[in-house]
Design a protein around this ligand. Sequence first.
Ligand code: ZN
Length: 91
Amino acid sequence: MPFSWSEIYKSFWSWKGYKPIECDNCGKKHKITATGRLIFVALTVLPMLIFIKFISFFPPFNNFLVALGLALAILFVGSLVTPYFVRFKVV
Ligand SMILES: [Zn+2]
């Protein structure tokens, strides 16, 4: 620790979810904390759901493709900033 943005970002997108990162300094595996997972959800899925539930009914967002595009954009932007906020612990 600490890990670079790209190391953390990559760990989010493994299919098993939140893959532990092997540390170059201490050789130990570090896993995202439970709080870190909550932060990840709070910055990605949550804003997307809020958008779908409250905003996507109003023009110009009530077009399916526009809404879908924006929902994905929110997810994407959220995932980009998440590495700055999550913490890791030794497995
Ligand atoms: Zn370490």
